[in-house]
Ligand binder design. Structure first.
Ligand SMILES: [Zn+2]
Length: 70
């Protein structure tokens, strides 16, 4: 598989969208594995730093309402 940006062999796949990128074109990003409500009704998240991000896709910072599903 080739890099999304150049013709170099890809080294990784974007965590968010699946595009392949080489070592020169990846960007680090944080991601969540899970979010849950813990003790004392406190929301908690299991996060991972420095996951592979292609820099092209746009992970959204807020949930998107989808009322048409109901
Ligand atoms: Zn991506």
């Amino acid at each position: 598989m080739k890099c999304w940006y150049c013709e170099e062999d890809a080294r990784a796949c974007c965590t968010f969208c699946g595009r392949f990128v080489c070592k020169d074109h990846y960007k680090p990003m944080s991601s969540f594995l899970a979010i849950y409500v813990g003790a004392n009704n406190t929301p908690k998240a299991l996060a991972v730093a420095n996951v592979i991000w292609c820099g092209e896709c746009e992970p959204q910072p807020e949930p998107i309402a989808m009322p048409e599903l109901y």
